[in-house]
Design a protein around this ligand. Structure first.
Ligand SMILES: [Zn+2]
Length: 131
């Protein structure tokens, strides 16, 4: 029988049990944020059922820096993506005769798309380096 330390809330245990039924396995690593034992999902990712977050195990400081950078950039990419969607929606509301507003929004959209593209490239490169 597995003993899983819990702090008076069984939703975490339930979630862990669910994940394990789905093929995840319990590891000897624990979450750096809350100390809960980490599960390794079938996809190979480590996961904290309490924080509801993926945890990346790093073996060196260099690797840690890379992972931090990758996750940081991924967050920025998400913010840029949300802005692209927002601008797209505002573009729809601008009447075609309002040339200046149209130009401004389009220009911003192009800048954001460029940033999105660059972020994608950088993130892909950091992924390659890790292999
Ligand atoms: Zn945790």
């Amino acid at each position: 029988m597995l003993m899983i330390p819990v702090r008076g809330d069984d939703t975490v245990v339930k979630r862990m049990a669910q994940l394990m039924r789905a093929g995840a396995r319990l590891t000897s690593y624990s979450c750096p944020a809350c100390g809960t034992p980490l599960l390794q999902l079938k996809t190979g990712e480590y996961y904290c059922a309490r924080c509801n977050k993926q945890v990346v195990i790093v073996r060196s400081e260099e690797e840690e820096a890379q992972v931090t950078m990758k996750f940081g950039l991924a967050e920025v990419r998400e913010a840029v993506f949300r802005k692209i969607i927002m601008l797209g929606r505002s573009l729809e509301k601008i009447p075609p005769q309002e040339v200046e507003s149209l130009q401004e929004v389009t220009r911003n959209l192009l800048l954001l798309l460029e940033a999105f593209d660059k972020l994608n490239k950088i993130i892909r490169e950091t992924e390659k380096e890790r292999r």
